[in-house]
Design a protein around this ligand. Structure first.
Ligand SMILES: *[C@@H]1O[C@H](CO)[C@@H](O)[C@H](O)[C@H]1NC(C)=O
Ligand SMILES: *[C@@H]1O[C@H](CO)[C@@H](O)[C@H](O)[C@H]1NC(C)=O
Length: 186
C-alpha cells in the first residue's frame, strides 16, 4: 500500500513538475509579445480607404498563425458564424466566417504578416464602419484596439486631387505630363 502510494506520488510529482515547466515556458512565450494598436482614433471621410494599425512587438512571423479582426461593440448572434471583420488562418482569408459587409473590402498585407504587421485595410468606408475594432492573435493571447471615426465633414488628404478636375484644357505638348500620375506608363 505504502509502496503504491509513493509510486503514485512520484508520478504525480513528476507530472506536476513538467506541467509547471510547461506553464512557465508558455508564460514566457506569451508574455514576450504584445499587439500594438493605436491610442489615437483613425479619422476618415466616407468613401476613403483606411488602414487600422496593429502589429506584434517585437517582430514576429505571423504568416502561419491565425489573426482575427472583429468589432467588439457589434451585437452578433453567438450562433452566427460570420462574426469577423477579417479572419486570416491557414495562410489565407477565411470568408466563411466574415461579415458580408466586410467581404471584398478588408485585407491584410502579406508582406506585413511576415513581420507581425497585421494592420487591417478597409476600402471605401461608410458611416456604419465607425467604432471600435479589435485585432487578436489567439496563439499569443494578446489583442489590441483601434477606433475608427468616419466623419462626413472630414477633409481627407486625397481631397488635394480635386484641382485636377478643374484643370484647364491641357496644352498639346504638356498633356502627357498632367495626366502622368493617373495613367500607368506602359
Ligand atoms: C463605396 O460604397 C458606396 C456605398 O456604400 C457605393 O455606392 C460605392 O459604389 C462604393 N465605391 C466603390 C469604389 O466601391
Ligand atoms: C496636337 O498636336 C498635333 C500635331 O503637333 C495635332 O495633329 C493634334 O491635332 C493636336 N491635338 C490637339 C488636341 O490639339
Amino acid at each position: 500500500m505504502s509502496v503504491q502510494r509513493t509510486e503514485l506520488q512520484k508520478v504525480l510529482h513528476a507530472s506536476s513538475f513538467w506541467t509547471l515547466i510547461f506553464c512557465l515556458f508558455w508564460t514566457l512565450v506569451q508574455g514576450r509579445y504584445h499587439l500594438i494598436g493605436s491610442s489615437e482614433p483613425i479619422v476618415a471621410a466616407p468613401g476613403d480607404d483606411v488602414i487600422l494599425p496593429c502589429r506584434v512587438d517585437p517582430d514576429w512571423d505571423a504568416v502561419e498563425k491565425t489573426v482575427e479582426w472583429s468589432k467588439p461593440d457589434l451585437e452578433v448572434d453567438p450562433s452566427d458564424r460570420q462574426k469577423y471583420v477579417f479572419l486570416y488562418r491557414s495562410q489565407r482569408e477565411d470568408r466563411h466566417m466574415m461579415m458580408a459587409a466586410y467581404i471584398e473590402r478588408t485585407s491584410l498585407s502579406s508582406e506585413g504578416l511576415k513581420h507581425g504587421d497585421v494592420s487591417l485595410r478597409i476600402r471605401n468606408v461608410t458611416l456604419k464602419d465607425s467604432g471600435r475594432f479589435r485585432c487578436l492573435i489567439p496563439t499569443l493571447r494578446t489583442d489590441a484596439e483601434v477606433r475608427l471615426v468616419v466623419d462626413p465633414d472630414f477633409v481627407s488628404s486625397t481631397a488635394s486631387e480635386t484641382p485636377d478636375l478643374i484643370h484647364p484644357e491641357p496644352q498639346n505638348e504638356t498633356s502627357g505630363e498632367s495626366t502622368g500620375d493617373k495613367q500607368p506608363h506602359l
